[in-house]
Ligand binder design. Structure first.
Ligand code: PEP
Length: 245
């Protein structure tokens, strides 16, 4: 399975900045041994998709509503993301779980909505620092997986320890291996043999200098990258460190 390097631009990217990242990605993506994805803010999805059309770089959203359409002021449906040119959507990012009170049940409903719209969901899970210090990381991540993934799930999971996001800190390679192994076993318990086919991304302070080591860890199927995805050269540097599958 090819590794997936996914960029989460978060709430960054006016038109000029978005084009300034997408253009070099389009020009630099040929011949990579991994799949590439960028998830711009909603307002830039269509324009970034136009820039990347015909290139190997896919486009995704950062969240979606559970409904296809309706009276939901300020929300965006998965069908709207697909209509704008997206083929993936991130759901259950820790910033959504923390800042918008998203529960596992809501994340599961969003995941189902994404699949119904033809999008590949990237479902995020991960423990806080306090949970890890208390030795509860597998309990927390296991609960998020069983609560957030619908039956028959065939998308992507991203393990993102909350304390590693945007902090410059990363777990040790041994800790990443242990958690990815735990997630793989949980996926197989939950989904049967299909659980073997789910890519498990690592996310949290991935940059060109640590990407090769993190991407070489067993059961790491790629990376979900925040800050470093806002610089095309850094993002491509991470992609070049991917392990050929
Ligand atoms: C993220 O927000 O998904 C993320 C991994 O951010 P960063 O790479 O900046 O830690």
């Amino acid at each position: 399975m090819r590794q997936l390097i996914a960029g989460n631009w978060k709430m960054y990217g006016l038109t000029e900045q978005a084009a300034g990242i997408a253009g070099p990605l389009r020009d630099g993506a040929a011949g990579l041994s991994c799949d590439l994805l960028v998830c711009p803010p909603f307002t830039q999805i269509a324009s970034v998709a136009r820039i990347l059309a015909g290139s190997p770089v896919a486009v995704g959203g950062q969240d979606c509503h559970v409904a296809t359409q309706g009276a939901h002021t300020g929300d965006i449906s998965a069908a709207m993301l697909a209509d704008a040119g997206a083929s993936y959507v991130i759901v259950g990012h820790s910033e959504r779980r923390q800042n918008h009170g998203e529960t596992d049940a809501l994340v599961r409903a969003k995941t189902e909505a994404a699949v119904a719209a033809g999008l590949t969901p990237i479902v995020c899970v991960g423990e806080t620092e306090a949970e890890r210090v208390a030795g509860r990381e597998t309990e927390v991540v296991g609960g998020q997986l069983s609560g957030s993934l619908p039956a028959g799930f065939a998308g992507v999971v991203a393990y993102e320890p909350v304390w590693a996001i945007g902090t410059g800190r990363t777990p040790t390679e041994a800790d990443v291996a242990a958690m990815h192994g735990f997630i793989r076993a949980a996926l197989v318990r939950q989904l049967g043999a299909a659980g073997q086919g789910v890519s498990i991304l690592y996310g949290g302070s991935v940059k060109p200098s640590n990407a090769a080591a993190l991407l070489a860890v067993p059961e790491v199927g790629g990376a979900l990258v925040g800050g470093a995805s806002l610089n095309a050269e850094d993002f491509l540097g991470i992609a070049r460190a991917a392990v050929a599958g």
